[in-house]
Design a protein around this ligand. Structure first.
Ligand code: NAD
Ligand code: LMR
Length: 338
């Protein structure tokens, strides 16, 4: 996965959809939940990014300290901070991209869905503010359960009349990083040279790595492929257990989110970039689905085909449908009936 030049796009048979004009200005990026375990290292990586113009940090507590600390780093990225709901408008004003890691993380023994009761309303309220103060912005959602929080955001934007499905992205890049890393270890290659598409959603069996479509080719036994798939699906839980009550993945997630945010920025500026993301989709009969998408100035401009599945992947695809459908509906109902 990565950046495609126009001839690679043509070779892949991708059709260009109507696009917005690329923007030449370095974007203003907001991080909502910026004082948290993900928010802080994410803000650090974005402060160090040559692609970002302004970094707008927002949290309900502790934002000023994080911003003061980062503002001493000698990079050109301009840092501002805002704390508390009454300052959210300041944080969002003029933003091109809003990244949302706000919300509670898992403790051992919990599923991501156990976070729904707290995080659903956090995401709903933050997205209502996005609709009001920066309705054109791209929104990248990290807060769990992603399988439900992205449909929640979509419903909020629909209600506000600002919904553009091409600009609402659930961040599943950590699953791709993990798949790349674990496969690289298994086949004895450098992780930087490995690329594994991961489709479906972002929880347990809904995470479906496509080992059969990896680059380079992954030549392992069916048993090993199953074990690798399960490790990728359970990798978040692996970290939750290791942190023993002190939260879930933060550093690897911040790295994944920073890379993802940079891809969004490059796309906004006119580069074709391919990423896996959880988006509104017509590739399957599920209304939201993670797959490889080509990003451009308008947001998602192409859904790459899912390709041929191995036997293991075909089974995995059937197995994920009911859980993913239920999580999507739960998110939609939360806004419609809540
Ligand atoms: P954390 O508790 O360390 O940080 C969360 C931050 O959100 C805190 O600073 C908190 O003050 C802030 N917050 C709470 N309510 C807020 C609101 N209404 N507005 C703004 N900020 C608010 O948690 P974390 O480890 O950073 O994880 C955050 C979320 O990311 C969790 O839901 C976690 O499950 C999720 N996560 C997702 C992925 C993924 O792959 N998508 C990976 C890791 C973690
Ligand atoms: C992850 O995959 O690390 C995150 O979704 C956090 C979690 O709860 O596992």
């Amino acid at each position: 996965l990565g950046h495609l030049n126009p001839s690679e796009i043509a070779q892949a048979g991708l059709q260009a959809l109507p696009t917005s004009a690329p923007s030449s200005k370095k974007p203003r990026v907001a991080v909502l939940g910026a004082a948290g375990g993900i928010g802080q290292p994410l803000a650090l990586l974005l402060k160090a990014s040559p692609l970002i113009g302004e970094l707008s940090l927002y949290d309900i507590v502790g934002t000023e300290g994080v911003a003061a600390d980062l503002s001493h780093i000698d990079s050109s990225v301009k840092v501002s901070s805002a704390t508390g709901a009454e300052k959210l408008s300041d944080a969002l004003y003029g933003c091109d991209l809003v990244v949302i890691p706000a919300g509670v993380p898992r403790k051992p023994g919990m599923t991501r869905d156990d976070l729904f009761n707290i995080n659903a309303s956090i995401v709903r309220d933050l997205c209502a503010a996005v609709a009001k103060y920066c309705p054109q912005a791209w929104v990248a959602i990290i807060s769990n359960p992603v399988n439900s929080t992205v449909p929640i955001a979509a419903e909020v934007f629909k209600r506000a009349g600002t919904y553009d499905p091409r600009k609402l992205l659930g961040v599943t890049k950590l699953d791709v990083l993990r798949a790349n890393m674990f496969i690289a270890e298994a086949i004895g290659k450098a992780p930087e040279s490995v690329s594994v598409p991961v489709i479906g959603g972002h929880a347990g069996v809904t995470i479906l790595p496509l080992l059969s479509q990896a680059t380079p080719r992954v030549d392992v036994s069916a048993e090993k492929a199953k074990a690798l798939t399960e490790r990728i699906q359970d990798a978040g839980t692996e970290v939750v257990k290791a942190k023993a009550g002190k939260g879930s993945a933060t550093l690897s997630m911040a790295y994944a989110a920073a890379k993802f945010a940079e891809s969004c920025v490059l796309a906004l500026q006119g580069q074709a970039v391919v990423e896996c993301a959880y988006v509104e989709s017509h590739l399957t009969d599920l209304p939201f689905f993670a797959s490889q998408v080509r990003l451009g100035p308008s947001g998602v401009e192409e859904y790459l085909p899912l390709g041929r599945f191995s036997e293991l992947e075909a089974k995995g695809f059937e197995a994920l449908k009911s859980e993913l459908r239920g999580s999507i509906q739960k998110g939609i109902d939360f806004v419609r009936k809540g």
